[in-house]
Ligand binder design. Structure first.
Ligand code: PEP
Length: 250
C-alpha cells in the first residue's frame, strides 16, 4: 500500500505575512489529516521562513525548481545542495510552466531530476500533455517521452526514490479537471510503462494527479487505484481548501 502525498505548489505567490498566516492555519489543522503526507513548495526566498515555521511538524517542504549545475557562476540559479541546506525534502522538476515558459526540455528536466537525487532530494517529476496533444490522441506518447527521458539518463531504478505528478496541461489553473477515469487511465499507463521495466518500482512509486484539484473533487480523484494524492496549485494557497484536499488522501 503506497502512502498518499499531497503537495502544495505555491508558484510565484506569497508574502512573509501571508505565508505566516497560511502556515499557522495548516499547523493548527494538520491533525485532521489522517492518511496523507503533506508538503508545501514555496518560492525559494521563503524557504528560510517556511523551514523555521514547519520545523518539528509533520509537514514537509520543498523547492519548485533547481539548477542542473553544481554551485558556481550561474547568476540567478539555485543549486540542489542549497535546497538541502534549508531542509527541503522534495523539489518539483519539469512543471509544465517551466517547460512552456522557460523552454525546459525533457533532457534538461532529466538532468535536474538527477541533480536533485544526487543530494538526497526527492524529485517530483511533472509530466502531462497539452490540450491539442490529447485531442490528437497523443497523451500516452507525450507522457512516455517525458518519463523515458529520465529513465534513459538515470535508469528505471531512480524512479523508486521519486514522485511522479501527472498534470494534464489543459487542467492546470483552468478549473477544468480531468475526470477521475481520464486521470486513472493515464496513471495506469505510467505505472504500466514502469512495470515493463521493473515491477517493484512500478508498485512503489507514488503518482500524484494535478490540475484544478479542489476540496470538492479531490476525494473522487484520490479514490482511483493508481492515484496516490495530488499536486495542488491554486487551492494550496487557502488553508481550509488545502486541508480539505489533504483529508481526502487515502
Ligand atoms: C500546479 O500548478 O501544479 C497545479 C496543479 O495548479 P492548479 O491546482 O491551480 O491547477
Amino acid at each position: 500500500m503506497r502512502q498518499s502525498l499531497v503537495v502544495g505548489n505555491w508558484k510565484m505567490n506569497g508574502s512573509v505575512q501571508k505565508n505566516q498566516s497560511l502556515l499557522e492555519s495548516l499547523k493548527q489543522g494538520i491533525g485532521s489529516v489522517q492518511q496523507a503526507e503533506v508538503a508545501v513548495c514555496p518560492p525559494f526566498v521563503y524557504l528560510q521562513q517556511v523551514s523555521e515555521l514547519l520545523k518539528g511538524t509533520v509537514i514537509a517542504w520543498g523547492g519548485q525548481n533547481l539548477s542542473q549545475q553544481a554551485p558556481g557562476a550561474f547568476t540567478g540559479e539555485v543549486a540542489a545542495s542549497m535546497l538541502g541546506d534549508f531542509g527541503c525534502k522534495y523539489v518539483i522538476v519539469g512543471h509544465s510552466e517551466r517547460r512552456a515558459l522557460y523552454g525546459e526540455s525533457d533532457e534538461l528536466v532529466a538532468e535536474k531530476f538527477a541533480k536533485a537525487q544526487s543530494v538526497g532530494l526527492i524529485p517530483i517529476l511533472c509530466v502531462g500533455e497539452l490540450l491539442e496533444q490529447r485531442e490528437a490522441g497523443e497523451t500516452e506518447k507525450v507522457v512516455k517521452r517525458q518519463l523515458d527521458a529520465v529513465i534513459n539518463l538515470q535508469g528505471v531504478g531512480a524512479l523508486a526514490k521519486s514522485v511522479i505528478a501527472y498534470e494534464p496541461v489543459w487542467a492546470i489553473g483552468t478549473g477544468k479537471t480531468a475526470t477521475p477515469a481520464q486521470a486513472q487511465d493515464v496513471h495506469a499507463f505510467i505505472r504500466g510503462r514502469i512495470a515493463e521495466l521493473d515491477t517493484g518500482v512500478a508498485e512503489k512509486v507514488q503518482i500524484l494527479y494535478g490540475g484544478s484539484v479542489k476540496g470538492n473533487n479531490a476525494a473522487e480523484l484520490f479514490a482511483m487505484t493508481d492515484i496516490d494524492g495530488g499536486l495542488i496549485g491554486g487551492a494550496s494557497l487557502k488553508a481550509d481548501d488545502f486541508l480539505t484536499i489533504c483529508q481526502a488522501g487515502k
